[in-house]
Each structure stands twice: as structure tokens, then as C-alpha cells.
Design a protein around this ligand. Sequence first.
Ligand SMILES: Nc1ncnc2c1ncn2[C@@H]1O[C@H](COP(=O)(O)OP(=O)(O)O)[C@@H](O)[C@H]1O
Ligand SMILES: [Mg+2]
Length: 490
Amino acid sequence: MSPETERSLFGEILDWMLAPLLFVWPLSIAFTHYFANNVANFPYDQSLREHVATISRQVQLVEGKPVISLHASTRAMLRADELDSVYFHVLTQDQKLLVGDMDLPAPTFTGMAGIVPGEIYFRDMEYKGQDIRVAYSYLADSQMPVEQWVLVEVAETTEKRTQLANRIVASVILPQFIIIPLAVMLVWFGLSRGLRPLTRLRNTIEDRDPADLSPIATRRVPEELEPLVEAFNEMLERMKRNVEAQQRFVADAAHQMRTPLTGLKTQAQFAARETDPAALRHALRQIATGVDRAGRLVNQLLTLARTEGSEIGQQKHEPTDISQLVREVVEDWVIIALEKNIDLGYESAGKAMITGNPFLLRELAKNLIDNAIRYTPSGGHVTCRIIDVGSTIVLEVEDDGVGISEEQAELVFERFYRVDDATTEGSGLGLAIVQEIANQHGTRASLRPNPRGKGAVARIAFAAWFPPLPPPPPPEDYSELYRQSPPLGP
Ligand SMILES: Nc1ncnc2c1ncn2[C@@H]1O[C@H](COP(=O)(O)OP(=O)(O)O)[C@@H](O)[C@H]1O
Ligand SMILES: [Mg+2]
């Protein structure tokens, strides 16, 4: 068994449910991280904003010139706490420091587009090797040109923010370490519950008696499994019919064998009592004939069992010239026909290819010719014919014998069925064999009253065999030709 077929449905579903989770999880962590940072920024940005506003309130513009006097309380407010450093400065545009840290970088002048004096802006940057968050604002009155605006900046390292963001992430992620295994366990549990009908079905089938071919009840089977169970039931039904047919066949065969064997026994007892040598010889000859007949019956039974047992495609089929094949069978029967004073003829327009098994096809032709000769009285005619109509090749065996009625025409193909049990001898298996072989060649045999008058016509149409198309001829190579031809004379 290949590894694919051993995959369990349970494992497959579990994989398909849980594997996506492995992709979704990192994604969810990334999102959480992003939003946690946003949330953590918010309160600290607010306090930075207030710092900028407080400083701004303490800067006066006197005739366009900034005058600053920072209260002690403001300076205290701007002191670093135990986690973060705070930097601030007030600058004129020409980089003149009014108060605070000189080297805290100012925003570039090119970034001034869209800046409104009095508004507070934020930016992230690096300062002394640390990440800082900067809140800044410009101060100006309505007459001041941009070059004279006064910049107020307050910056803070981001340690508190990072810690808060990390705590938010942790508080979201940590519970997932409990929730996800729990979810996996619940899915596991749910799946094993959900697949229980499958297990139940398996047990039902496993617990069956091997001889029990009755259909499985679809009552408690889930909707998805119903088609499977129905298909299985159909298979069981076919098997049941097959087994019944086989049992009938064996019973029929035993019954059929009993008759000639009983006859043989009677003849043997009769011969044992015989004292006259001539009569004894006669009795022994009759026994020999009886043995022949029983032997033929056994052969036919074997042929039928063999052809029936083999499914289509199991027997080797090959392109066969049925015209040649039938001709050979006819030749084998010429002597027998002559003995019965029957004109056995053969008509064919030449080769006729079909796909088939030569052994079975010979058996088929033999049975049809045997019947035609057997059910045609002395002086009659039997003609075998191969008619090639392109895509179909028809085999006909026509006779002008006792003929067949329309009602009997179907029945005669059944096993052991004989039209008139008493008058002629035979097993009733010949046409059953013919039909079985026709079946294996994807067609059906028919026996009809002869439309040309007296007698019957057996007919089977086969699909013609065509050789595969030859590959296109290779492009001709003229160079060789040119090299070999003598130079053109004058
Ligand atoms: N060519 C035929 N003409 C008339 N009757 C036929 C012909 N072939 C078959 N039958 C009828 O079909 C019956 C079944 O034929 P078959 O299966 O070959 O068994 P068997 O020949 O052993 O009786 C025969 O008993 C016969 O009555
Ligand atoms: Mg027969």
C-alpha cells in the first residue's frame, strides 16, 4: 500500500485545520505589537504635548523678539524620571539657543511646508544612541516671517512606552498559550466525535458474516457516507447475483451430468448381462458414444465456466483476422457436413480485422456451425459469411434447416435451454457459450428466422480493428541524391 492511501482522514482534517493556525499566529502577534505600540504612545504623547504647551506659554514675543523666563516648576517638570531622560530646548530659526540642550537636533528647514505655528507635532528619531520621541511646535505672531519663527522641542526616551507596549503584547499573547492548546484539544475531541459514524460503519462491516451479502442499512449513516454505502450495496447486490448464478450453474451442471452418467450405468449393466458377442459389441459401442457425449458436455461446461469467470480485458485480446479464422473452422467441419449431406459454404471479401481472442472466437464459430449443421436436415445448406461494412464486421451463419420461432429466439441463449429436448441430442450450452464470448467482445449474438425463407440466421457484429496511423514520413534528404548523380554534361 502506498503512503498516500494510508493517510488517515482524522490526521488529514487535523492538519488542514491546525497548519493554517501556525501561519495565522505570527501574523496576529505582529498586529498585536503594532496596535500595542499605538496604544502605549498615546498617554505619553499627551504628556509631551503638555510640556511643549507649558514651555510655549512662557515664551513671549516682544516686537518679534522671543523673551523667555522658565519657572522653576517647569524645570522640575522637565526633569528625567527613573526610566526616561527628558530633553528640551527653545531655538530661533538661525540656531540661536534660548534655553535647554543645544545639540538636540531641530527638524530640518525643508520640512516646514504645511507647518502651522502653535500646532504641536511629533517625530521619532535617535539621540545619543537612544530612540527618542520628540514633540515640537513653532511660535510666531502674524507679522513674523518663517525665518524668525521660534522652535520649542521636548524629547523623551522611549523606555516607558516600550515597557507598556510589551506588557500589552504579553497580556494578549500569554493567554493564547493556554487557549490554543485548549482549542486543539477541543478540535481533536470534536473530530473524533464527528468521525464516529465512520468507525461505527467499519465495525458494522467487520462484524458481518462473510456469507452475508445483504445490503448495509443506510438509516444511521451520515449523508456524506451514503453514496459510499450505496455503491457498496450495489456491489454486494452484484456479488449476490453472481454467487446465485454460480450456484445455479453448479446445480444445473450436476443435474445435466447425472443424466448421461445414469444412461451409461444402465448400458453397462445391460452389457454385463449380455452373452451374445455381437450384441455385447453393440452395447459397448453405445457406451463409447455415451462417454463421448458426456465428455463433450464436460468440455462445454469447462469452456463456459472459463469464459464466464474471466472479466472483460482479462483474456488476451489482439488484432485478429476473423475471416481467416472462420475459414479454418469451416474447413474443420466440411467432413462432418459431407457425412450429413449438407452443403457447407463460406463467403468473405478478404481480410477482416477485429480485436479479439482467437481461441474464444474459434469456439464461438464452432458452436454456431455445429448448431446450423445439427438443426438442418440432410440435403440442406449452411453458409458462413463475413460481411465487412467498414467500421463493423458481421459474422453470419445461415441455414435452411428447421428454423426458430421469434419467441424461442431469445430463450435459446439461456444455459441448458433446448427447444425440443427429446428429438435431438445436445446440452443446451452452445448458444450460452456463444453469448458469453460475444459479451466479452463487447457485442451480442442473435438467432433469427432466416429472412430468405426456411431456416435460421445467427448474426454477430464486431467493431472493426484499424491499424494505428503510421508516423509521418521523414523529410526527404536530397543531398545524397545530388552527390551521386553525375555532373550535367554540356
Ligand atoms: N441454427 C439453428 N436452427 C434452429 N434451431 C437452433 C439453431 N441453433 C440453435 N437452435 C436451438 O437453440 C437451442 C439451444 O442451442 P444450443 O445452446 O447450442 O444447445 P444444443 O445445441 O446443445 O441444444 C437448440 O436446442 C435448438 O433448438
Ligand atoms: Mg448446440
